[in-house]
Design a binder for this molecule. Structure first.
Ligand code: ADP
Length: 266
């Protein structure tokens, strides 16, 4: 009798437990849906007015010389720059939120790394050359094809090259593809390296560890420090991780930096 009673108790407890679990899962699914709606809503609500601010200040500035004096024109440029900065910040923050929520949709397919770097070269080389920098692309003799997500890959490399151009005033920026690098023993198989070398301001050793945290801005005490959100490298590192790789940095103050995106070859 006691045995039967305890078995019945066990069964009903298990049922209660399963029901509670199901309710919790439903709550979780609802909370996730609410979070998705919130992210999508935020993105729309914040971007729409900002686009109006940026667009119309641009229209006003184009109509110059009009009834605006120099001081007013300057103020308008400040409004426009502020709007652009906020938009960049919102875009980066939403990207971070998406990664944190595990909502980045990746599409893995064979990616020709050389072709991807040539596209980046075409996009950013003019910007580097306009600054008087020597920009070069170095590709190996044979094609390097990886199973990866080309959009995420492009976003990471664009950010690394963009930074190299931004933080280099003289000299060169080099974009290199090096396949089949074997790192230290015990580090698994071969890696493909996409490396960005610059001869820019560099990063002090103490700051290098902070670079990949959110809102990392180093070298800010320098005069004329370029604008940025401090989220680019954080985002890039998270994306690299999602792709199964990582970004490593080597740098020396006033001599330049070298950022390597390492991706597993297979
Ligand atoms: P942002 O460029 O928007 O400030 P990032 O996360 O891309 O943000 O970079 C964080 C900081 O790391 C930058 O503010 C800059 O101080 C430093 N940094 C990044 N790349 C370089 C580089 N190639 N040379 C020197 N400093 C760099």
């Amino acid at each position: 009798h006691t045995y039967v009673m305890s078995a019945i108790r066990n069964i009903s407890e298990r049922k209660r437990f399963e029901q509670a679990l199901q309710e919790k899962n439903q709550e979780l699914a609802l909370a996730n849906q609410a979070k998705d709606r919130f992210l999508a809503g935020m993105s729309h609500e914040l971007r729409t007015p900002l686009n109006a601010i940026i667009g119309f200040t641009g229209t006003l500035l184009m109509k110059l010389p009009g009834p605006l004096n120099e001081e007013q024109e300057q103020q308008l440029r400040t409004v426009q720059a502020g709007g652009r900065h906020l938009l960049a910040l919102i875009n980066d923050l939403l990207d971070v939120a998406k990664i944190e929520a595990g909502k980045v949709q990746l599409h893995f397919e064979p990616v020709d790394c050389g072709a991807l770097l040539r596209e980046i070269d075409a996009t950013l080389a003019p910007q580097a050359r306009a600054k008087g920098l020597d920009f070069s692309l170095h590709l190996p003799g044979k094609a390097v094809v990886l199973e990866s997500d080309s959009r995420a890959l492009k976003q990471i490399v664009l950010n690394l090259v963009g930074n190299a151009i931004k933080f280099t005033e003289h000299g060169s920026v080099q974009l290199t593809l090096a396949p089949g690098r074997n790192l230290s023993a015990g580090d698994g198989g071969a890696w493909v390296e996409i490396r960005v070398d610059d001869s820019g301001i560099g990063i002090a050793p103490a700051d290098q560890a902070k670079l990949f945290g959110a809102f990392a801005r180093v070298n800010q005490s320098r005069p004329g420090a370029p604008e940025g959100t401090g989220l680019g490298l954080h985002l890039s590192q998270r994306l690299a991780e999602v792709l199964g790789g990582r970004i490593v940095v080597q740098s020396e103050s006033d001599r330049g930096s070298s950022f390597s995106l390492l991706l597993p070859e297979a």
